[in-house]
Design a protein around this ligand. Structure first.
Ligand code: NAG
Ligand code: NAG
Ligand code: NAG
Ligand code: NAG
Ligand code: NAG
Ligand code: NAG
Length: 172
């Protein structure tokens, strides 16, 4: 009787320990909660002068993430949060392009954040997240992020894409 109570008690402890693991996005080998990662994205001035609707969009998705229990993947990883995160990063990315400036932090206007998020969510029926260049950008069409299976190749491609872009900027 006591023994089985112990087993139940330790099973509960184990399941609590498992349940307590926070949802992380892994960026440069560091684990961040999605709130920690997105807070860096939306730091004031991180993307120069950001249009007010962009800030609103980003604050809105940040609020949505903050409202989730940080261990609750089903709250964090929905199509709506994915699209909200994508729109926020696209808005920041466009702001950077328009001003022709580099982000102060790689998580601003970040394809890396989108791919880390997709990878951590690890869902097959998930929107494909990508950042588009502006219509007048004379370069690759967009930075596409596919299913987790393709993610390594895509991250590499995105890094190459981003560097060629920096090179182009520097040339100009
Ligand atoms: C998130 O990162 C923390 C800190 O490194 C780690 O303890 C935790 O296990 C990670 N969560 C998941 C779900 O991997
Ligand atoms: C991130 O979380 C994973 C899973 O819990 C863990 O294996 C890894 O060591 C963590 N990395 C860091 C840098 O904390
Ligand atoms: C934000 O507002 C600007 C100027 O009104 C507009 O051009 C742009 O399309 C808006 N962006 C979004 C994402 O609503
Ligand atoms: C992703 O999900 C698949 C299928 O559910 C699972 O086999 C795999 O271990 C998961 N990968 C990670 C990194 O959690
Ligand atoms: C989420 O988006 C994916 C990819 O666009 C789609 O296949 C799936 O049906 C959507 N799920 C929901 C619940 O809308
Ligand atoms: C990027 O462009 C594609 C194709 O026009 C569009 O479907 C997608 O919604 C755009 N992504 C963002 C973040 O605006």
């Amino acid at each position: 009787m006591r023994f089985s109570t112990l087993i139940v008690a330790s099973a509960l402890l184990v399941s609590q320990a498992l349940a307590a693991a926070k949802f992380n996005v892994t960026i440069n080998n560091a684990n961040n909660t999605i709130v920690q990662a997105l807070e860096q994205s939306v730091e004031p001035g991180g993307a120069g002068t950001v249009p007010a609707n962009c800030t609103q969009q980003c604050q809105s998705i940040l609020t949505t993430f903050k409202a989730c229990d940080q261990t609750d993947v089903s709250c964090i990883c929905t199509n709506n949060t994915a699209i909200g995160l994508e729109n926020c990063q696209q808005c920041l990315f466009t702001a950077l392009l328009v001003q022709n400036i580099r982000p102060s932090n790689p998580l601003v206007g970040s394809a890396t954040l989108l791919s880390a998020f997709s990878t951590s969510c690890n869902k097959t029926d998930f929107p494909k997240l990508a950042l588009n260049l502006t219509a007048d950008w004379d370069g690759p069409q967009s930075l596409h992020l596919n299913s987790p299976i393709n993610i390594i190749a895509v991250i590499a491609a995105a890094i190459i894409g981003m560097s060629s872009f920096y090179i182009l900027w520097n040339i100009e």
